[in-house]
Design a protein around this ligand. Structure first.
Ligand code: 15L
Length: 271
């Protein structure tokens, strides 16, 4: 059975995936925070992604890495720099040094959050990060591209929408991913025989999706869930946001996540 290292495994996504991937792989869980209550098939190795010696230690002997670790929302530059830029680089570089062939990188819808909601975008669009957090995710995708082209790593970038048991608001109806659909994408990422560098959207088969996820379909993804089942309930509770920028752009509040910031009206299409 393959050993899958999950960084940032103590977080919400890691916790969902531990449950969904149980029995599929030996799960090597890593995080700064300790994880209590390990299940059969799980081991824990404490590590700080910002410290290269830690990453060399935790990645050694893994068959694949799912890199979830880092800051998971908009924040100041310093924590983003340490965890999402230096930390992300360390994970790819440690994988290379240890001969771990395959890396799945948890990127985000916020790498492309300045696309408008009237647009449908695929895996080939130019990045349009909506925040320093989104920018760090673009950086990680490009580290993956470099390491695939230069060193032959097999890299899957999962542009994750919002993971939860049910979509929580109107925006999330378009970007929701159920834990079992995300787990299916992870399994494709770990086990598909023919991967070089891929970007897929980590979303369920949502009727209201802003994404053309044909690259995931090509790799065999067949989502089981669709947020539409929750739309009546959500839309009865969630009106449009009072801030038109939050409503206009796919990234929602992340486009305006700075005190007093004016959002420049990004054009629908760039020249
Ligand atoms: C993300 O990338 C975040 O990690 C998550 O906390 C949510 O904010 C999600 O995006 C979202 O857009 O809902």
């Amino acid at each position: 059975m393959k050993t899958l290292l999950i960084t940032g495994a103590a977080g919400d996504i890691g916790t969902h995936l531990r449950r969904e991937l149980a029995g599929a792989y030996n799960l090597r869980l890593s995080d700064l925070r300790p994880i209590q209550g390990l299940n059969a098939g799980e081991t824990f190795m404490q590590g700080d992604i910002a410290q290269m010696p830690d990453m060399l230690r935790v990645t050694a002997g893994a068959d694949a890495i799912l890199h979830l670790g880092g800051v998971s929302a908009e924040a100041g530059w310093e924590p983003i720099l340490e965890a999402n830029i230096i930390g992300c680089y360390n994970v790819f570089e440690a994988a290379r040094q240890n001969g771990v062939k395959r890396v799945l990188f948890a990127t985000s819808n916020h790498a492309v959050g300045f696309y408008r909601r009237v647009e449908t975008i695929d895996h080939r669009v130019y990045p349009r990060p909506d925040s320093r957090y989104g920018l760090s995710k673009v950086f990680g995708e490009q580290v993956g591209s470099l390491y695939a082209d230069k060193y032959g790593l097999e890299v899957v970038c999962l542009r994750i929408g919002n993971v939860s048991m049910k979509p929580v608001d109107k925006r999330r109806l378009s970007i929701w991913v159920s834990p079992r659909d995300l787990a299916q994408l992870v399994r494709i990422g770990v086990d598909h025989p023919d991967i070089r560098f891929e970007i897929v959207y980590g979303v369920s088969g949502n009727k209201r999706s802003w994404y053309d996820n044909s690259n995931a379909t090509r790799l065999g993804y067949r989502p089981q869930d669709d947020s539409e089942a929750y739309s009546a309930e959500i839309l009865a509770k969630h009106a449009n946001d009072a801030n038109p920028d939050v409503e206009r752009y796919q990234g929602g509040t992340f486009v305006a996540a700075e005190a007093g910031a004016q959002v420049y009206k990004a054009p629908v299409k760039r020249a």
